[in-house]
Design a binder for this molecule. Sequence first.
Ligand code: AVI
Length: 324
Amino acid sequence: MLAQALDTQATQEFASDVRHYLSKTPQRELHSKYLYDDVGTALFEVITLLPEYGLTRADERLLKANADAIVRRLPVPTIVAELGSGSGRKTRWILEALAKRGYVLYYPIDVSASALHACRNELGTIESVHIVEIEGAYIEGLKAVTARRSPGESLLLLFLGSTIGNFERGPAEEFLREIRALLRPDDSLLLGTDLVKPVEQLLAAYDDPTGVTAAFNLNLLARINRELGADFELRNFRHEARYNETERRIEMHLRSETAQTVNIPAADFQMTLRAGETIWTESSHKFGLAEVQRLARSTGFVCVEQWIDPEWPFAENLLTVGSP
Ligand code: AVI
């Protein structure tokens, strides 16, 4: 009964967000968090395997190569929480390195129950690691973790995979400040950031020739059809990835190939798209190393070390809680 009520609430929120973002002028939008239903999550997993998309492999390589160095910087005992754990694959290296020092408590935080399930399957067998899943949004999940911990325990918070890049720059700062406000002086944040790189490389990563990213993007319309009873004709839309030089970000759009009217009954919404008009579905910001250091400072952290992948420009940034 409770699960059903929560489901209804989630659907209502989805409907109201869809209506709000699609009504924006002059650029219609959809919020990128809705890309990740079960189909979208599975498609994203495939994206991480694409030769053109080096981001996830760079993140994993860095964690594997530097887990011991990262852990050496952390006090004993340290518990671990992760925002948006996903399958948990790349977290293994950090947990294994920490487990060499003793018992480790790990809180994966994710809105997706299936991601948490995959995470337990992936990491549940590491000796000395105890997993407590937190199903929920980032900040609420982090609050639940900080409310449970004992006085002497410091916290390592993981925010990997450059998910911070999917926030607009202003909201990214606000989000880091919110996190900072929940942390204590001995805590740290390991933040993964994809770095600025040649435009051709970025465009290939976000518009791969096999069409997996296109399917990932189009699935958002399919999801609105499935969950809100809409009548998007998917074949009338085309995936587009653009690089915005000024903002240093990839923008994903869905271009309407014809003039068309779409009905979304559960959102009580109808719209007419012009031929060539686009719906902006995601931004993926790219960073500079000094920019991350500044971002850390401006949000109450100190960036104490940055590890950079030599193959695919990506940085793992260790931020400690700065003195106020
Ligand atoms: C999850 N996030 C960091 C990915 C990115 O690269 O911005 C999402 C993604 N969108 C298209 N491809 C991958």
